[in-house]
Design a protein around this ligand. Sequence first.
Ligand SMILES: *[C@@H]1O[C@H](CO)[C@@H](O)[C@H](O)[C@H]1NC(C)=O
Length: 438
Amino acid sequence: MYGMGTIRKNIFLVVGILVVLVLLDQLYLHVWLSTPHTEFQRSLHVDDVRQLLRAGEDAALTTILFDPFILHAWNSNQHVSATGVCIFLCHVIGPLTFAVTHGQLRDKPTFLTRLAQLGFTVTLFENPEGEHAHVFLVRKGSPLHLVVLHTKSAGYLRQYALNGPPHNMAQVKQYITKDTWENMKVDRAYERFSTKDARIDEVDLTIPSDIEAFVRDHKTSHFIPCNESRATFYNLKHMKEETPSEVRFKHKAWKLLAKAKTLMDQLKIPFWLSSGTCLGFYRQCDIIPWAMDVDIGVFIEDYNPRLVEEFQRRGLRLTHKFGKVSDSFELSFKEEDIKLDIFFFYTEGATMWNGGTQAKTGKKFKYVFPAFTLCWTEFLDLKVRIPCQTEEYIRANYGPSWFTPIKHWDWKSSPPNVRENGMWPESMWSEVIVVNEG
Ligand SMILES: *[C@@H]1O[C@H](CO)[C@@H](O)[C@H](O)[C@H]1NC(C)=O
């Protein structure tokens, strides 16, 4: 039994979908008319998808539907289906994206030969290491795009930016809008995910089990690899033999960062490499051996009061708590003799800042950065975040000569982005200056 409300809702939904389809079709037609005509059909052929899945089955290789827009649209409108009508898959603009793992693609070479037998024109792209990174398939309709996911020892899946000579790409490129093309030139990192079966537009597909988690992960998947040539140049220019105590420091600092990552991940608090730890990543792809501590940043909105309790439960001693959540909040922990500083960031107009407090005098400081967004990177076998605008962030903190090593640094006067920011009233000191050394 359906009530009037449900029927009306369904009518609106169907009308809405029809309007969207017509608009998409117009847009498609526009793109189509502005590109030279070829023998190809202008839209996706479901039969191409079926043949791709067939090649996967024949080679015992899993092809996963990996298109966040289509998956999201289907997930929120699963009840919409009509026999013989391709609602979701066919209205993609540009190539429809699937994923395969690099391990499977490498171990099942029959997959690519089977695709060719089934009538696909196969175009391969490689990553800088010469491994498969992307595959484009053209048969009857618009192209299919396979992202080759590489499993990394740091426990994530890497999608390489589309690079290299688009030699026989003319026939593929005409289906790709400029935005989509730019999007394909981005490196990405995904959390590992499980898959499930789903029937979409009468096609039996494999899709990520948790679609909304995948869609969220995709939105924040931008990855920036460490610049190894910069690190090599830095090391040639500045690296001296490391002393045994520097080697020990680096080892302990790494362990502390890895532990902080585990705890922050459990608490679901996003963090990024900040200050000296960020500089070490950007300049030398390593921990700076004469640094004194590990520095991470957290947006104040992401603070979870369980943080202190959880860190202490896992053996990290709280040594400083400065400021309060509404202003200049900062926490320091210690494990053995290594300090972990957590700087909390506040957004103000086009800037982001974190606060500092001088314990002796109650003086407040403010470290101001141009607003930034967060990207992933791999740092010493850990998947961690960094500001995407890494160099701007470092320049704000260390000035234009950030590339030159400095061993004496005063947090109250050296950074070019430090501002005096008044005093904490003495009556508040017991709350905003908590020092717990010894
Ligand atoms: C790596 O660093 C060098 C030196 O700073 C720079 O010239 C080059 O453009 C960087 N490479 C990338 C991919 O950012």
